[in-house]
Design a protein around this ligand. Structure first.
Ligand code: SF4
Length: 299
């Protein structure tokens, strides 16, 4: 099988930094034990398992405040790359926990923007994925009656937009094409809105590269965890923008031979939280595959 390796793919700077912080913590004898990560450090079970092997405990769940209450007194707590709400930071400080903050700087920038606009009296529309920890953390920067979450064009068309200053921010890992459509709707409704498109550079470059590569292949394989927002968006942009088939796999074990019947060229990319070794194994498995023109017959 001819395999096109899409570049860039895989780990972004925010994920590399978060994993480096956690691995250094595991080796640091001066840090109080246990060392606990509040949620998955990045959305990938292989990366989480690697930290577990180093003795780092992952508490999993969308409500970071509730998770924090289960952290034992005297522990070290790590905030994930997705960021946390100020209430979580305040409670960790009040409990005297040792905190290591792995929030990606790009996420921190959105938190800062929300704070600035709220202080200036603006109402905030946050474009993001419901239930994902990044919106949960960012939206905690505004009083609940000064911010609303919008996930779709339909919601952007119908969401009440109060009079007065309006500012819009986005999650970092959204589809650029879906987000542009949502922002267009808000802009048309409120030309005075201050709009910040916070999709990060790593996400943009991975999406653009896979859409470009998809044009010359029969199928795209995205290596990434089911919970990884940016991996799911990579599948989506291939299907919706390049109009080519795409499948997400967690590892090489998920590759289904029936997907490759009649496929001669396949492109492989990976979400920004996918370990390189996992992607490498998928590529090796695909390269070893012989193209078939139809089920049961070799090309
Ligand atoms: S995907 Fe973007 S925002 Fe998220 S950790 Fe990576 S660089 Fe940071």
């Amino acid at each position: 099988m001819e395999v096109v390796k899409v570049t860039p793919r895989g780990y972004c700077y925010g994920v590399v930094d978060a994993l480096t912080l956690a691995k250094r913590a595991a080796k640091d004898p001066t840090l109080p034990r246990p060392i606990v990560v509040l949620g998955q450090i990045v959305h990938n079970r292989h990366a989480v398992a690697e930290l577990e092997r180093l003795g780092i405990v992952t508490l999993d769940g969308p409500d970071r405040l509730a998770l924090l209450d289960t952290v034992p007194d005297g522990a070290t707590v790590i905030f994930t790359a997705h960021g946390v709400a100020p209430a979580v930071k305040a409670r960790a400080a009040a409990r005297g926990l040792r905190v290591l903050d792995a929030t990606c700087p790009d996420v921190t920038r959105t938190h800062e923007l929300i704070r600035e606009h709220v202080a200036a009296g603006a109402y905030i529309v946050y474009v993001g994925t419901p239930g994902h920890p990044e919106p949960n953390g960012a939206m905690g920067e505004a009083p609940p009656d000064r911010i609303t979450l919008v996930a779709t064009v339909e919601e952007a068309e119908s969401v009440p937009l109060p009079p007065g200053p309006l500012a819009v921010m986005t999650q970092t890992t959204l589809s650029q094409w879906d987000t542009a459509a949502i922002l267009d709707v808000i802009r048309a409704r409120r030309p005075d809105a201050v709009i910040h498109n916070d999709i990060c550079l790593a996400t943009q470059l991975r999406q653009e590269a896979v859409v470009e590569a998809a044009r010359d292949v029969d199928l795209v394989i995205v290596v990434g965890d089911a919970r990884s927002n940016n991996s799911n968006r990579l599948v989506e942009v291939v299907q919706q923008v390049a109009h080519k088939p795409a499948r997400r796999v967690d590892s090489a074990a998920d590759l289904d031979p029936s997907w490759f019947v009649g496929v001669r060229r396949v492109a492989v990319t990976a979400g920004s939280s996918t370990p390189t070794a996992v992607t490498r194994e998928v590529i090796a498995r695909l390269e070893a595959l012989e193209p078939t023109v139809e089920a049961g017959r070799r090309a």
